[in-house]
Design a protein around this ligand. Structure first.
Ligand SMILES: [Fe+2]
Length: 446
């Protein structure tokens, strides 16, 4: 018996809401969490995403009513090798993370790859054991998981597809995503990943720290940026499937596998605020300068995962999408800068305004802690001489994972991934213009 996958997924709107959903009528207890006997003979179980005693505004947990308790979904664990999925700290001798780097889109492999063995770690930052920092990954997935399930205790995954459509069949319901959408898969959630339309490629931010939240808007007020109602959490869906299966668990950077005889996606009803969700980046309402100059890129924050330092994120997820440029007497692209935060960028589609060439959809770049970067020669020349009419940036969607921790390259990123050896040449033509006069190149007025 199953209601999982029978129809197109259905969702409930809101970010961090206290949701409730049941796949069978009367499966969800009312007025209490733990009845002496649950309807349908289900087992009641709590999934805690924060410490029991976390402040009310941050406290997250969900109650699940399931066919078997989760203790029946694990057996003895055996360690397995997942060689390309790395966790911090992972500092490789001989690999220089000090630098500005850019990679072409990662080509698909000749062999079929699933969500687990198709993950390629690009950078790690912080320490998975102390639950600080993050890892950035590229996934290239061509094969659905069959009777195979995954769970990470190491962090939530922010999934940013760039090519293809994926289905996440989770304990708490089904999420389908495609490019321009994102999904958040909480720490401790069990799920299976299926290819709906392949091949699939995209980016993942593995957040070891405190969960992603919506940023405070400050003087912007109650609207714009990412609006809570545009986040979608799936309704309850379950399967009662008996079949030899495996559950792979990521725990403190190691991978272990356990054999079970059934599907663990057996939650018939649930309620709570700890749940997966998806979000359409095309519903993001950018706010920017409407007279002159250029705000810090933090104005484009979609989600922020706090660190222990107020205003300093463990990770910010930042979006550069279609928008109007209207600033007067201003250099409109992002300015040259050095940043204490470390910035990993990826291109979902289109052309990024600071890098008209060499940063194709699927490509990524890294500008590490205090490493200077900014517009390439073409962007600088173009923006310095453009007629400053209102201009619409069309067909563009790039993003940034920005962390307070330096990002360390993996062996794969440094040696196997299609790194552009000549990336820093994009600034080579930025020669000095200074000739001692206020308006270089123009005749001196005496
Ligand atoms: Fe930057």
């Amino acid at each position: 018996m199953s209601n999982l996958g029978r129809n197109a997924p259905q969702y409930m709107p809101g970010f961090g809401n206290d949701f409730e959903s049941e796949a069978l009528p009367g499966a969800l207890p009312q007025g209490q969490n733990s009845p002496q006997k649950c309807a349908y003979g289900l087992y009641a179980e709590q999934l805690s995403g924060t410490a029991f005693t976390a402040p009310r505004g941050q406290n997250e947990r969900s109650w699940c009513y399931r066919i078997r308790p989760s203790v029946k979904h694990v057996g003895r664990f055996q360690e397995i090798e997942v060689p390309h999925w790395k966790s911090a700290p992972h500092i490789v001798p001989g690999v220089a993370s000090l630098g500005q780097y850019r990679w072409d889109p990662v080509p698909h492999a000749d062999i079929p790859l699933t969500w687990i063995n198709g993950m390629r770690t690009v950078t790690t930052a912080g320490d998975v054991n102390t639950q600080t920092g993050m890892a950035s990954h590229i996934y290239c997935v061509t094969q659905s998981m069959v009777d195979e399930y995954f769970c990470s205790a190491d962090g939530e995954l922010l999934v940013v597809p760039q090519e293809g459509r994926l289905r996440f069949a989770t304990e708490l319901g089904i999420i389908d995503i495609e490019p321009s959408e994102i999904a958040i898969l909480p720490r401790g959630l069990v799920y299976r990943v299926e290819v709906l339309d392949g091949p699939c490629r995209g980016f993942v931010c593995e957040n070891y720290g405190q969960k992603f939240d919506l940023p405070n808007r400050g003087p912007i007020g109650a609207n714009c940026l990412a609006n809570p109602r545009d986040f979608k959490t799936p309704v309850a869906a379950f399967e009662d499937r008996q079949a030899p299966s495996t559950l792979t668990m990521k725990w403190c950077g190691q991978f272990h596998r356990t054999a079970i005889g059934h599907s663990p996606l057996d939650v018939v009803a649930w309620h709570g605020n700890y749940a997966p969700c998806k979000y359409d980046l095309k519903t993001y309402s950018p706010v920017g300068a409407i007279l002159f100059d250029h705000p810090d890129p933090s104005i484009f924050t979609v989600l922020t995962a706090p660190s222990g330092i107020e205003g300093t994120a463990n990770i910010d997820f930042v979006l550069f999408r279609e928008r109007w440029l209207v600033a007067e007497h201003s250099f409109r692209p992002p300015w040259y800068h050095k940043n204490v935060m470390s910035e990993l960028m990826g291109n979902i589609y289109g052309e990024y305004d600071a890098k008209p060439n060499g940063f194709a959809p699927g490509a990524m770049s890294l500008h590490n802690c205090m490493l200077p970067h900014g517009p390439d020669l073409d962007a600088f020349e173009g923006a310095s001489n453009a007629e400053l009419k209102p201009q619409k940036l069309e067909n563009t969607m790039s993003f940034m994972f920005e962390t307070r921790f330096p990002q360390h390259l993996t062996e794969w990123a440094a040696q196997e991934a299609p790194m552009q050896a000549d990336y820093t040449e994009c600034w080579a033509g930025l020669d000095r213009q200074f000739d001692g006069s206020p308006n270089p190149g123009e005749p001196l007025r005496i």
